[in-house]
Design a protein around this ligand. Structure first.
Ligand code: ASP
Ligand code: MG
Length: 439
């Protein structure tokens, strides 16, 4: 059995949904299809929630009406029969009635999660109606019946496995299942979600739970690229890459894949394929245990980074100093990305400034503290990159004119990370494209 996950743009237009129906019926292999919300929907739902959080019912009502109009239009083009149109319209009515009722209830975090869940419920239900119209047999699964997170918001893979296999057992002869990405139930039994972009995570968790043959992630680009195609002219899809390299790239900015979605597939050794709905014949990227080749594979950038330097002459030969510093970050639940040390100073980076003031205040007891905002992490990723000849030389020759704030090398075998001011990001990515890939 395989998993096919389609992102928001892959289902965001009626004709795209038609195309998805073709893609999932190309082979007989049993499959579970995971869908995101139509593109733009989750953003709109977030908007509706924030109007309500500020008690702006008028604003919320306007946003609800606008979104409803979008869905009415969508249904008109999606359905091909009168009966299908009626069914699809009834689904839209049901979900927008719910949103309109919410307008009258006092807002809470649990309600917010209910609002956010509407997108994936709508996309999968509408798709199911379309499949029915096309006489494509399938089973509609409610992710809320098996996808759960614990009190720390971590998915409960063991329980997901048990629940899902029980459900699948009830449909022994079925070859096609359709379910929602992103949504789940939390430890209180309420509707919750796997955070923005979490549909990839759903796909990978399901793939791990049923030990799928492959987890296909269908988006609107032909795989993971060697560089950011939004700011660099010539980029190429990567054919094969290891789980570790992919995780590193996803975490450090490759937008195509949600960073958390690697581990479930990796743990159960299910290959992940990144494919393009608009160009289904393209090879895309295969992510497996095996990296395929050595050397530099890709560069990625992550913006919004804050560099913090703690300088102390007392640190000289002091043990326990780093622990004390890290404890401050632990206390404020702020994770650290990069670390470099010299004998008298430590520099590190964070991407979350929620507790920056508090952190700086506590760090000041250890020495002088400097904060640089607007930094970008550029990560150069490749299998055994540390052992690849001339990589460092090529890298630094390529960016000789760029002021580099920090360098981290040797933390893993497949990564070199540098920190630059965000103003230099595009230039750095372009120079690396030439210097490392000759593009
Ligand atoms: N619809 C959700 C979002 O936009 C989840 C996803 O698309 O992966 O964040
Ligand atoms: Mg997405």
């Amino acid at each position: 059995m395989k998993i096919m996950k389609f992102g928001g743009t892959s289902v965001g237009k009626p004709e795209r949904m038609h195309q998805v129906a073709q893609l999932i019926t190309k082979t007989d292999e049993p499959k579970i299809v995971v869908l995101s919300a139509l593109s733009g929907t989750t953003n709109s739902l977030v908007g509706i929630s924030s109007h309500l959080a500020q008690s702006d019912r008028g604003g919320a009502k306007q946003a609800i009406d606008k979104l409803e109009a979008h869905y009415r239009d969508f249904v008109l083009q999606l359905a091909t029969t009168e009966e299908g149109r009626k069914k699809a319209d009834a689904i839209v009515t049901e979900h927008f009635e719910f949103l309109n009722i919410i307008l009258r209830i006092s807002f809470s975090e649990a309600l917010n999660k209910d609002i956010l869940a509407q997108g994936e419920l709508l996309s999968t239900k509408l798709f199911s109606v379309f499949l029915e119209e096309q006489n494509i047999p399938h089973v509609f699964l409610l992710a809320l019946d098996f996808m759960t997170i614990d009190a720390n918001e971590e998915p409960q893979l063991g329980s997901i496995k048990v629940k899902l296999s029980q459900i699948l057992k009830q449909h022994k002869d079925a070859k096609l299942f359709v379910t929602q990405g992103y949504i789940c139930r939390n430890s209180r039994g309420e509707v919750d979600n796997l955070k923005r972009g979490g549909s990839d995570y759903t796909a990978s968790l399901i793939a791990a739970a049923i030990k799928a043959t492959v987890c296909e992630i269908w988006t609107d680009i032909d795989g993971m690229h060697n560089n950011d195609p939004r700011v660099v002219d010539k980029t190429l899809p990567i054919k094969q890459i290891s789980f570790e390299e992919a995780a590193e790239l996803a975490y450090f900015g490759a937008k195509i894949l949600h960073p958390t979605c690697i581990w479930p597939a990796q743990q159960t050794n299910v290959p992940v394929k990144l494919l393009n709905t608009m160009q289904p014949e393209a090879d895309g990227t295969v992510i497996t245990e095996d990296a395929g080749s050595m050397g530099v594979k890709a560069v990625a950038a992550k913006d919004g980074i804050i560099a913090i330097k703690i300088k102390s002459s007392r640190m000289l030969l002091a043990y326990g100093f780093l622990r004390k510093i890290f404890e401050v970050f632990e206390k404020y639940r702020t994770s650290i990305d990069m670390v470099t040390t010299s004998e008298v100073a430590v520099s590190l980076t964070i991407d979350n400034d929620t507790f920056l003031k508090e952190i700086v205040k506590e760090l000041e007891q250890f020495g002088s503290v400097e904060v640089d905002t607007n930094q970008t992490i550029i990560s150069v990723v490749g299998n055994e990159i540390a052992q690849t000849e001339h990589v460092l030389q090529q890298l630094f020759t390529a960016i000789a004119d760029i002021p580099v704030r920090m360098v981290s090398y040797g933390g893993s075998h497949h990564n070199i990370t540098i920190l630059v001011q965000s103003d230099y990001k595009i230039k750095t990515l372009q120079l690396l494209n030439k210097g490392l890939f000759g593009l």
